[in-house]
Design a protein around this ligand. Structure first.
Ligand code: ADP
Ligand code: ZN
Length: 312
């Protein structure tokens, strides 16, 4: 028999009981710590206990943590069941829920266990963002600004003109911005689902960003904001990016209450970069900007990155 099971986090379940009543719901504790193999094992058992079969549709309702776990669980449960997503954070609507990447962490190693597999549907409504804390809005805007940086100078300029409070009040503008990011992501994934080429550009800000996120326990968006600033500084040296663009990015990030600088321990960041999934021998395919709206894949040797980090 076909049936749907909703997977959400405890926080969202408590905020939206009216949407979930009469549905089969399983929950995880809110937060990144849930992204583990232990959670997958527990949820597998729970699905079996409530009678899930190969025909079950698993629907993940939540932020990127929930959609990542849902996608992975659906990919491996009984060797694969259908899934769909209802993203409830700006970050998940504009970026994380789109593109089919899923997975869990292995201790400190982020997203090291996972698959690439597209959901049946993604359904979102920005009304759900009314309950989202401001800090999570900021995190989402880090990824939104990322799309402007790598693909879309027009989007970048629009974001740089407005600010967080403005988008929180302007539903139409917010919907358009999300649609624009999703369109860029869909286009990228359609061309390169398995990240052999152009999809790598989406990692702008994420190389140093992931290391900083782990080392300093920063939220993803904040770490990506700092990572994008680092990538711009390196770009100035490597691709001749105009320093004015770095300054524009800095000002834009601040309009969305995102950090732009942090005193980092270069040795510790470098140690983590050595474990980066994207590392090849002693260089990393770093994503740099040539210009506003134009990112490039640029292999950088580890010592070059180290020197750049130390000079920040
Ligand atoms: P992401 O990876 O998308 O940033 P998470 O799944 O880590 O998001 O969610 C971030 C936090 O926001 C979690 O505590 C989650 O419970 C909470 N959250 C998600 N959606 C909403 C919402 N619509 N309203 C309030 N809180 C939410
Ligand atoms: Zn990200």
């Amino acid at each position: 028999m076909q049936q749907a099971v909703i997977l959400t986090d405890e926080h969202i379940a408590a905020l939206y009981p009216h949407l979930l009543k009469d549905l089969r719901v399983i929950t995880i504790p809110a937060g990144e710590d849930s992204k583990s193999i232990t959670t997958i094992a527990r949820l597998t058992k729970e699905l079996l206990e409530i009678g899930a079969t190969r025909d079950t549709l698993l629907i993940g309702m939540g932020g990127g943590v929930v959609t990542d776990i849902t996608g992975f669980l659906a990919a491996v449960f009984m060797r694969g069941i259908r899934c769909g997503f209802v993203p409830t954070t700006l970050l998940a609507m504009a970026d994380a829920a789109v593109g089919g990447k899923n997975g869990v962490n292995n201790g400190m190693y982020k997203n090291m266990i996972g698959t690439i597999r597209q959901p049946e549907f993604i359904l979102y409504d920005i009304q759900l963002l009314q309950t989202l804390p401001q800090e999570e809005w900021s995190n989402g805007f880090a990824e939104v600004i990322k799309y402007g940086c790598i693909f879309d100078a027009g989007l970048f300029d629009e974001l740089a003109q407005h600010d967080l409070a403005w988008y929180m009040q302007n539903n139409d503008a917010l919907n358009k911005v999300i649609e624009r990011c999703v369109a860029w992501k869909n286009r990228t994934v359609a061309e390169d689902e398995h990240e052999k080429g152009i999809r790598k550009l989406l990692n702008f800000g994420h190389t140093a960003g992931h290391a900083i996120e782990k080392l300093y326990a920063l939220p993803h968006g904040k770490a990506v904001a700092i990572g994008m600033m680092i990538a711009c500084h390196i770009s100035e040296q490597q691709t001749g990016l105009d320093a004015a663009t770095t300054q524009q990015l800095e000002a834009a990030l601040q309009r969305y209450h995102l950090p732009v600088h942090m005193a980092i321990d270069t040795a510790k960041v470098m140690a983590l970069l050595q474990t980066d999934k994207k590392r090849k021998d002693d260089s990393i395919n770093y994503i740099l900007l040539q210009d506003k709206g134009k990112a490039v894949i640029h292999p950088l040797r580890l010592p070059v990155i180290e020197k750049a980090l130390a000079s920040l």
